[in-house]
Write a protein that binds this ligand. Structure first.
Ligand SMILES: Cc1cc2nc3c(=O)[nH]c(=O)nc-3n(C[C@H](O)[C@H](O)[C@H](O)COP(=O)(O)O)c2cc1C
Length: 316
């Protein structure tokens, strides 16, 4: 398992996991979080090689976790998409896509795949490209054959990429159907009354508010927004758990005062709907949260949690 504890880099903003060779370009990706919307129709022209190269660099450079990887495929996405007329899931005409490959023996594979794949989405958005996560309506066996995935790996989602075309009527209907632009209010997404949670947003530091707002804007399957957040204030001397470069560690700036604010991400209760893991959506929100924290000058690391928890963000 990738452990954050093994990848300390002083002065370098890195992904919260371990082994990430790439800095998170927080300013650019933070802007992309505000600009992004899923796009489902694309212009019939290839993506410029220079832009493809930037996406390949993210796929190869942003590998914080061993069990999750993104592979860029410069072939028409329609080859792997299942287009059932009029259904949710109709994404058409993208000249390229990212395939998200996960190792099925990892209990954290879904959130880590979401986290890893959303990096491609934010990079693509910042390059002016359109994207749409597709988790259910694609042919994993076709993608797996094209990529030659290893035993124990599975293609769990794809992200078509390309220059967005004009919004078609179908696309507008689709967006309306799942109320794509609507997000639950933050008050509904934060765990009220959870042990140790600080419920009053007025007490949160600005970076916590920004991080939660960014997480709230994350895409999720059917726009179900299954993530729940708990904000806690730990005593300044609190030691982070093993495997996390936490606030008690050497990286906490000398002289730092006040409590250590942490954000826990969990999955809303209720039955799993559909075949796409809600933990995947949570992983996407985790990257948004971390990018916003970084954009506000707060670096951190993720502590993995057992279900129904997902992970806890510890500033360091
Ligand atoms: C894991 C995942 C799977 C998704 N699968 C599909 C899909 O199969 N078809 C589709 O049209 N949109 C799909 N979406 C896009 C969501 O419908 C969209 O993110 C959500 O409605 C919010 O809209 P927005 O992305 O424009 O903010 C998926 C999103 C996620 C995160």
């Amino acid at each position: 398992m990738a452990r954050a504890g093994g990848c300390r880099q002083v002065g370098v903003a890195r992904a919260g996991g371990c082994g990430a060779a790439m800095e998170i370009p927080s300013a650019r990706w933070y802007r992309a979080i505000g600009e992004r919307h899923s796009r489902r129709r694309f212009e019939p022209r290839p993506v410029e090689p220079a832009l493809l190269a930037r996406l390949v660099a993210v796929c190869e450079g942003f590998r914080p976790y061993d069990e999750a990887r993104a592979v860029l495929v410069a072939r028409p996405a329609d080859e792997v998409l299942r287009g059932v007329v009029g259904s949710y899931g109709q994404v058409k005409g993208a000249p390229a896509y990212a395939a998200l490959v996960g190792r099925t023996d990892s209990p954290y594979v879904h959130e880590r795949l979401g986290y890893t794949g959303e990096a491609v989405v934010l990079e693509a958005t910042s390059l002016g490209l359109g994207t749409c996560w597709v988790g259910g309506f694609f042919r994993p066996e076709v993608a797996a054959r094209l990529l030659g995935v290893a035993a124990g790996e599975r293609v769990m989602a794809v992200i078509p990429l390309g220059y967005p075309g004009p919004r078609s009527r179908e696309e507008s209907i689709m967006s309306g159907f799942v109320h794509s632009h609507r997000r639950k209010p933050l008050a509904e997404l934060t765990a009220r009354g959870a042990p140790g949670a600080v419920d009053d947003p007025a007490r949160w530091p600005a970076w916590v508010r920004a991080a939660l707002e960014a997480a709230r804007l994350a895409p999720s399957a059917m726009n179900r927004q299954p993530w729940r957040f708990a904000v806690s204030a730990e005593p300044a001397a609190a030691d982070s758990p093993a495997g996390v470069d936490g606030p008690g560690g050497a990286e906490r700036p000398a002289g730092a005062e006040g409590p250590v604010w942490t954000i826990t991400v969990g999955v809303a209760g209720g039955r799993q709907t559909g075949e796409i893991s809600r933990r995947l959506d949570c992983g996407i929100a985790m990257l948004h949260l971390e990018v916003a924290a970084l954009a506000h000058g707060v670096r951190g690391a993720w502590e993995p949690l057992p279900p129904p928890g997902v992970a806890r963000f510890w500033p360091r």
